[in-house]
Write a protein that binds this ligand. Structure first.
Ligand code: GLC
Length: 543
């Protein structure tokens, strides 16, 4: 049933203003008691998302996969892993979401497959020089006997980006080859210069479009093509080669301009022009959003030119320090970057790869106050906001015990990894599994006791709870931010105060610790209590 108050549902460019909720499938809701979230679990919780007030959900990969990188290692792009259900469950999820006026974005992983993908198995069996190997990046090693990797590239998950295979053909005098994996060794990179690869992904896009999905989140969209020479990365004196994407502990770092022959090659844009046509051929309301860790706002904007993808995650907002000046700079740069190509900006504070923002901002009461304030400021901005499951409950990064860690980067580097933001959602009850699954079935990462006060059940209807704050903020966004147009004016910087105006809406974010007088006006939303002053670490919308 279309909601007449909803300006987005009937808009073919719905994504331009959408709030998209990221579902990390393993950790959202478990319907069958195996401790792992699944598609029927998501379907059963769709009414919750509708009531929260989001417009769409993005679901992380649920395809057939050995789960070495929790689904980002795909063995069959057009089937559902039995862990998560069956294809019919995907159909039911999409249909139910649409009945509730929620759009569905699925994840597409085109940079690499799983090492259990039939193509990679065939490549290993076929040996050097075969057409099967030509779908991946197999190369001879360097050094006199080929026993060193072909170049100095590092995996994003740590260690060399190359693994040498046990080659059946080495008995015949040929040397064993190496294959490239910019992520885990179980995630071999495809060779996008081989036309078979592009054709295969066009089929995958069409398969899911036929199933009714509304869009795609394109994993590692800046990958795909590598500089053809596969030359060494030029590294600054005294530094090690770096993948340039995330820190080894998977907290994000600001990116300096690096030499990156493995990322963001000009040829990749041809792929997105082709996909644009595929999406268009199905309907003008289908979209794609890029996960592209590019080095500058301009190179990010290249992915969202009118004939390419529709949006790109804007990680600058997530990387910004807690300061009015940083937020201000990101808003100005982002709007300036997307304006020339006519794309809508995006904003995100948390996802399944980074430390949750309440923890990044210091944790505890202050971290949560800042997280809520940054969220409210974000929701005022034109464009789309991407939320990550559990942030609406004020969840923090969990300190997962070493024996419970499962992130492949933990196994490659011994660094903590990303498990702490992937702990299953607490829905209700007083003890684990907090309603995540039926009965006492314990989730795949243990939940901490502190989840007790943070469950959906414990926060629903409770004034001042983070969940009720998100509901109110999303309702206020529909009522006051969306109708206010897309023009943003940043008021001259004033110490710790970020002030921006969007039409009649005035947004004040106090990043300092001292109260500032609240200007006259009606309070439309606030991230915490306000009186005639705006306390530190608080955001308010005035009408
Ligand atoms: C993206 C995903 C991340 C995954 C990686 C490899 O960065 O967000 O979770 O590990 O790609 O597919």
């Amino acid at each position: 049933m279309a909601d007449l108050n909803d300006p987005i549902v009937d808009d073919p460019s719905w994504w331009r203003n959408a709030v998209v909720y990221q579902v990390y499938v393993r950790s959202f809701a478990d319907s069958d008691g195996d401790g792992i979230g699944d598609l029927p679990g998501i379907t059963s919780r769709l009414p919750y998302l509708r009531d929260l007030g989001v417009d769409a959900l993005w679901i992380t990969p649920f395809y057939t996969s050995p789960q070495r990188d929790h689904g980002y290692d795909v063995a069959d792009y057009t089937d559902v892993d039995p862990l998560f259900g069956a294809l019919g469950d995907a159909d039911t999820l999409i249909e139910t979401a649409h009945e509730l006026d929620l759009r569905v974005i699925v994840d597409l992983v085109p940079n690499h497959t799983s090492d259990e993908h039939p193509w990679f198995k065939a490549a290993l069996a076929a040996g050097p020089g075969s057409p099967e190997r030509a779908r991946f990046m197999f190369r001879e090693g360097s050094g006199p006997d080929g026993s060193l990797p072909p170049n100095n590239w590092e995996s994003v998950f740590g260690g060399p980006a190359w693994t040498r295979v046990e080659d059946p053909s080495t008995g015949s005098g040929q040397r064993a080859q190496w294959y490239l994996h910019l992520f885990d060794s179980t995630q071999p990179d495809l060779d996008w210069r081989n036309p078979e690869v592009g054709d295969m992904f066009e089929d995958v896009l069409r398969f899911w479009l036929d199933k009714g999905v509304d869009g795609f989140r394109v994993d590692v969209a800046h990958g795909l093509y590598k500089e053809e020479s596969l030359r060494d990365q030029v590294v600054k004196a005294g530094e090690r080669p770096t993948s340039g994407q995330v820190n080894t502990d998977h907290s994000m770092v600001s990116r300096e301009l690096n030499d990156e022959p493995m990322w963001d090659q000009p040829e990749v844009h041809e792929v997105y022009r082709r996909w644009h046509d595929v999406l268009d051929s199905v309907g003008d309301d289908r979209m794609a959003v890029a996960e592209a860790w590019t080095q500058t706002p301009e190179s990010m904007a290249a992915f969202v030119r009118p004939d390419e993808l529709d949006q790109a995650f804007n990680f600058a907002w997530l990387l910004a320090d807690w300061s009015a000046e940083s937020f201000r700079e990101v808003v100005v740069d982002t709007l300036a970057a997307v304006a020339p190509v006519g794309a809508s900006p995006t904003w995100v504070l948390s996802n399944h790869d980074v430390v949750r923002h309440a923890t990044r901002y210091g944790g505890g009461e202050q971290g949560l106050a800042r997280a809520r304030a940054a969220t409210l400021a974000m929701l005022a901005l034109p464009g789309s906001s991407y939320l990550y499951q559990g942030e609406e409950l004020g969840l923090e990064q969990v300190d997962v015990a070493p024996e419970d860690r499962q992130d492949p980067s933990w196994f490659r580097t011994g660094e903590v990894g990303r498990d702490g933001c992937r702990v299953p959602i607490p829905w209700g009850g007083d003890s684990a599994p907090f309603g995540f699954g039926p009965g006492d079935a314990q989730p795949w990462i243990p939940q901490p006791d502190e989840f007790k006060g943070l469950t959906v059940e414990a926060q629903t209807g409770v004034k001042g709870s983070t969940l009720e704050f998100y509901r109110a903020a999303l309702a206020a966004r529909r009522a006051h931010a969306l109708p206010a147009g897309d023009e943003v004016t940043l008021v001259e910087a004033n110490g710790d105060l970020l002030e921006l105006h969007r039409g009649d809406l005035r947004v004040l974010l106090n990043c300092g610790s001292t109260d500032v007088p609240l200007p006259a006006g009606r309070v439309l939303a606030s991230s915490g209590p306000v009186t005639d002053v705006l306390p530190g670490d608080t955001c308010v919308w005035l009408g």
